[in-house]
Design a protein. Structure first.
Length: 292
């Protein structure tokens, strides 16, 4: 970024990691009731960018603020389920059954988690077969939307943890969703795939889901000590402007530690800066009007 692009920050305001003035995101007011849910797809075709970590911890932070949240594991690897203490190999019924069997009841597959107000729709390797089996289905892109419809009024937010691809499962998630959050690793190669992802989102908007919007791009695995991380964030803000969340998720060993403990970081290490980052993200999402 050239010196002419530098943001001028008024006296007394804090500059956030994105180089913009950091607003104060207030603690949200309690809700009078629940539903209908805003459905948000966590999407990036690149793996290892923090999709599952963000789904778990953002969901837990929203639940802390009194939101009823459903997490949907839509990745055959089942990392979201494992991260919440569920053994995917021991599951009799998963989201795969709901996609393939119209008679299945979604409420019988949803499981509570150890966090109050946070539920899980689990997945395992069976889901990998769905991509092939759905190809011949009528309205194959809308099957997940059908699955979620009966419980939309039970929740305030539904977060879908997408697999790292732009295949039929991800298209299903985008067709079911109101918004997309794109976790983006602070690394130059991660930037290259964002244009392709945005192009896919625009195709879904055009052909399947005109109401879909990008809720925000979330910089993850940020290391303020490195010029590289700071330059990547600057490039993302330059390219996407206000679509980039002010909240940035720093790299920390606490995330894998919390995963091993099968807990969100908000309960595993509630006082850690990483837990506060996800609480800030939850407040920012609510302040933007992208969550109930």
């Amino acid at each position: 970024m050239s010196s002419s692009d530098t943001t001028v920050v008024p006296a007394g305001e804090t500059v956030g990691p994105t180089g913009r003035p950091l607003p104060a995101f207030p603690e949200p007011a309690p809700l009078a009731g629940h539903g209908p849910a805003r459905i948000i797809a966590m999407c990036n075709q690149k793996g290892g960018v923090g999709k599952t970590t963000t789904t778990i911890n953002l969901g837990a932070a929203l639940a802390e603020y009194g939101r009823r949240v459903l997490l949907v594991d839509f990745d055959p690897q089942g990392a979201l389920s494992v991260g919440l203490g569920v053994n995917p190999h021991e599951l009799d019924r998963t989201i795969y059954n709901l996609l393939m069997e119209r008679s299945s009841d979604v409420r019988e597959v949803i499981r509570p988690t150890g966090v109050a107000g946070l539920d899980l729709l689990p997945a395992n390797i069976d889901l990998s077969a769905a991509e092939v089996q759905l190809v011949g289905e009528v309205a194959r892109e809308t099957v997940l939307a059908r699955v979620l419809r009966p419980v939309a009024d039970d929740y305030d937010v539904v977060l879908i943890d997408c697999q790292p691809s732009l295949g039929l499962l991800t298209v299903n998630a985008l067709t079911a969703a109101h918004g997309v959050v794109i976790p983006l690793e602070c690394e130059f190669f991660a930037l290259r795939g964002v244009a392709l992802l945005v192009e896919t989102i625009e195709k879904v908007q055009d052909r399947l889901n005109p109401a879909l919007q990008i809720d925000g791009i979330l910089a993850t695995m940020y290391d303020s000590r490195t010029l590289h991380s700071r330059e990547v964030v600057a490039r993302v803000v330059e390219a996407f402007g206000d679509r980039v969340f002010h909240t940035v998720i720093a790299r920390t060993v606490k995330f894998p530690d919390a995963s091993v403990a099968a807990e969100p970081i908000t309960s595993y290490a509630p006082g850690h800066p990483a837990a506060e980052s996800y609480r800030q993200l939850a407040r920012e999402l609510i302040a933007r009007g992208d969550a109930a």
